[in-house]
Ligand binder design. Structure first.
Ligand code: C2E
Ligand code: MG
Ligand code: MG
Ligand code: MG
Length: 283
């Protein structure tokens, strides 16, 4: 009896796995087709310096305008794109778009970098840096108009070769940021040796600062450490005015999150954060 129900569970489990595998394959095919059909697009979300009262970086966030579904967010397809390798082609498209956008914005006098999210799978491609340089050359993108976001765990796992390539890119003027800081296990001493300019503190470190004294203490210590190493701090996922108030007391001035602005299509972004925008904080 127990054996039967055990086997029953195993069969359900295997059927589930098979369904998932089939689903993944279908999604992978769909991703490639979507790329060919031009269904991907970028939205932009600002990092706002509340002291300077302006947006300093626009983070490019990929979306999929799937013909049969609502707009799909990266959580639903990026992991499959990474696992299947489609992320390399998708990433190439994103890289091209970001370089084109950053070049155009620089020509239009918009003093904002465009930040691009890079997955491990992309960064570990032997020709990643070459392809990035080619994309920048193709569009005439000033290196200072681009920022790379790599996650904390990617930064910590970097080998010497990758570190040198990143260093060379940074020497050319491209900024490097660590994304989602506080979600992995950082060797904090290593932060100092990495070729990086900025650290984006993950929203999970900020979520409870209004209600928890411990959360405030941890957040403030992390901010002090990063600033003490001479790196810029950005706080991600800021959702309330109360969080901004506390973080300003802690010493933070650059924020990204729904409280300041949601990701938006380029025309809406430019209307609110472009050269003609007077104050980015009202609205
Ligand atoms: P991320 O790089 O940490 O981006 C921040 C995510 O948080 C974005 O989700 C953004 O829309 C969302 N967000 C911003 N403000 C708030 C807030 O106040 N509250 C909450 N709850 N969320 C907020 P999104 O666009 O769904 O992207 C999710 C993740 O997918 C990104 O996390 C990034 O890791 C990945 N991703 C996005 N675009 C790309 C891309 O072009 N290439 C690659 N490789 N990965 C990407
Ligand atoms: Mg990011
Ligand atoms: Mg992040
Ligand atoms: Mg994230």
């Amino acid at each position: 009896h127990a054996k039967n129900s055990g086997r029953g569970r195993a069969e359900t489990f295997n059927a589930d796995l098979a369904r998932k595998a089939a689903g993944k394959e279908a999604l992978e095919r769909d991703l490639r087709a979507g790329l060919e059909r031009g269904e991907f697009l970028l939205q932009f979300q600002p990092q706002i310096d509340v002291v300077a009262n302006r947006a300093i970086v626009a983070e490019a966030l990929v979306r999929w305008a799937h013909p049969e579904r609502d707009m799909l967010f990266p959580a639903t397809f990026v992991h499959v794109a990474e696992a299947s390798g489609v992320i390399v082609e998708l990433g190439d498209w994103i890289m091209d778009q970001v370089c084109e956008t950053a070049a155009r914005w620089a020509r239009d006098g918009l003093a904002q970098r465009v930040a691009i999210n890079i997955s491990m799978r992309e960064l570990s491609q032997a020709d990643f840096f070459l392809r990035l340089r080619h994309a920048m050359t193709r569009h005439g993108t000033p290196p200072g108009a681009i920022e790379l976001e790599i996650t904390e765990s990617m930064a910590m796992d970097m080998d010497a070769r990758l570190r040198d390539q990143l260093q060379a890119l940074r020497d050319s003027g491209v900024r490097i940021a660590i994304d989602d800081f506080g979600t992995g296990y950082s060797n904090l001493a290593r932060l100092r040796d990495l070729p990086i300019d900025r650290v984006k503190i993950d929203s999970s470190l900020v979520r409870n600062i209004e209600t928890s004294a411990e959360a405030r203490i941890i957040c403030s210590a992390v901010v002090a450490l990063i600033q003490g190493l001479g790196l810029d701090v950005v706080i991600e996922g800021v959702e309330t005015a109360g969080q901004v108030d506390i973080l300003r007391v802690i010493g933070c001035t650059v924020f990204q999150g729904y409280h300041l602005a949601h990701p938006a299509h380029e025309p809406d972004y430019i209307a609110r954060f472009g050269p003609a925008a007077s104050s980015v904080l009202e609205a």
